[in-house]
Design a protein around this ligand. Structure first.
Ligand code: FES
Ligand SMILES: [Fe+2]
Length: 380
């Protein structure tokens, strides 16, 4: 057996309980989350193949910031805050595009190199005593490519990406993710706190009741977790024969995503990557989600599906996988919204997790620890 998918049972902490109400209903708590989590962590912003050529850019706009992520001439990526060093103007408004060598502010035409953010033109500033263009390059943001995704950190001193992602840095390498191509993107607006969506993703105790279609393909008692404590959590479920994949109808919708061992051809892997990414790996396609808080009771989920390029060339359609998850996700969003409504009640108090919810309980522990609230944990 390969390392990387150990069949280790999950640990369940007796007495684990759900989070207190304020974690779902307090605007101040959300501000604290943005400060403690989202502005400090690496966040998914897009796919590497969205920037195929030098000068191509995308904007990452969250939490009051706008960051320009561009492909450099050398083939890497670089990122700058979309803030002119002259009088602070946001320079670039189009969410996607291509720079021809330079970024020019539309206000007074300060001009920056698109590949390294250097200030290269500033009208009349040569008449200012002591002014040096070298002092006014664009503010850099940290950016990193991994498994075909682009991640950005808004932290001035981020933890090195390799350190932040150490537990999963090579976990997914056998799935060939960097070579896969996006075939669909959908965005959902959900009336629920972002954490409810992560917690819900991390257990299948609800599957028999909420997901009759999914339960015919993925029995909720099958499989095992291989990451069951910390910021990266999840494991696999067995695809019930004669189903070949998690699709409407159960047929594979493409060629295998990579040169997979036999076990992986009969499994679906589900992982949450702290804080806000969820990754679902199936034999013939991969889908993933980023979950973004908008308010304490509202979230946006961006989700994409990917397949091997040969699936596209071979005339396969990903539609049965898209439809399967669109249906399943809507079932999930609805029950998360019902959770948000119930938790807002004055009678709500933390409830007990079952051993089948060991992963959301572990997620809550990681969350409280990252927030610096370990004393609030009911899971002791
Ligand atoms: S604010 Fe950008 S050039 Fe003046
Ligand atoms: Fe679900």
């Amino acid at each position: 057996m390969k390392s990387g998918y150990l069949r280790t049972a999950s640990t369940f902490v007796q007495g684990a309980q759900t989070l207190a109400q304020r974690y779902y209903s307090s605007p101040a708590l959300l501000d604290e989350e943005i400060e403690q989590l989202f502005r400090r962590r690496w966040m998914w912003v897009g796919r590497s193949d969205e920037l195929p050529n030098a000068g191509d850019y995308l904007l990452f706009e969250k939490f009051g910031e706008s960051v320009v992520v561009t492909r450099t001439k050398r083939g890497g990526v670089t990122a700058f805050y979309n803030v002119c060093r002259h009088r602070g103007t946001r320079m670039c408004g189009e969410p996607r595009g291509t720079f021809s060598e330079t970024i020019q502010c539309p206000y007074h035409a300060w001009t920056y190199s698109a590949s390294d953010g250097r200030l290269i033109g500033a009208p009349h500033m040569n008449e200012v005593e002591g002014f040096s263009r070298d002092d006014f390059g664009l503010h850099a943001a940290s950016v990193h490519e991994w498994e075909g995704w682009i991640f950005v950190s808004l932290s001035r001193q981020p933890i090195a990406f390799e350190d932040a992602m150490a537990p999963v840095l090579t976990t997914f390498s056998r799935f060939n993710l960097a070579a896969l191509r996006r075939v669909e993107r959908r965005t959902y607006d959900i009336r629920a706190n972002w954490k409810l969506i992560l917690q819900n993703y991390n257990e299948c105790l609800h599957c028999p009741t909420i997901h009759p279609e999914l339960s015919r393909v993925l029995p909720y008692t099958s499989g095992a977790n291989d990451l069951f404590e910390g910021e990266f959590l999840g494991g696999y479920m067995e695809i019930l024969e004669p189903n070949e994949s998690a699709t409407l109808g159960g047929k594979a919708c493409g060629v295998p995503i990579g040169d997979l061992p036999d076990d992986d051809r009969r499994r679906a892997y589900y992982y949450s990557l702290f804080p806000n990414m969820m990754l679902s790996i199936h034999p013939d396609y991969v889908n993933y989600y980023s979950v973004w808080p908008v308010r304490e009771d509202r979230s946006i989920v961006v989700t994409e599906w990917m397949q091997h390029p040969d699936s596209l060339a071979g005339g396969y359609s990903p539609q049965s996988a898209i439809d399967f998850w669109d249906l399943t996700n809507r079932q999930d969003w609805h029950i998360c919204e019902q959770g948000q409504l119930g938790i807002a009640s004055r009678v709500y108090e933390p409830g007990p997790y079952s051993p089948r919810e060991s992963i959301p309980a572990a997620w809550d522990r990681a969350y409280l620890s990252a927030m610096g609230h370990p004393g609030s944990s009911n899971a002791s």
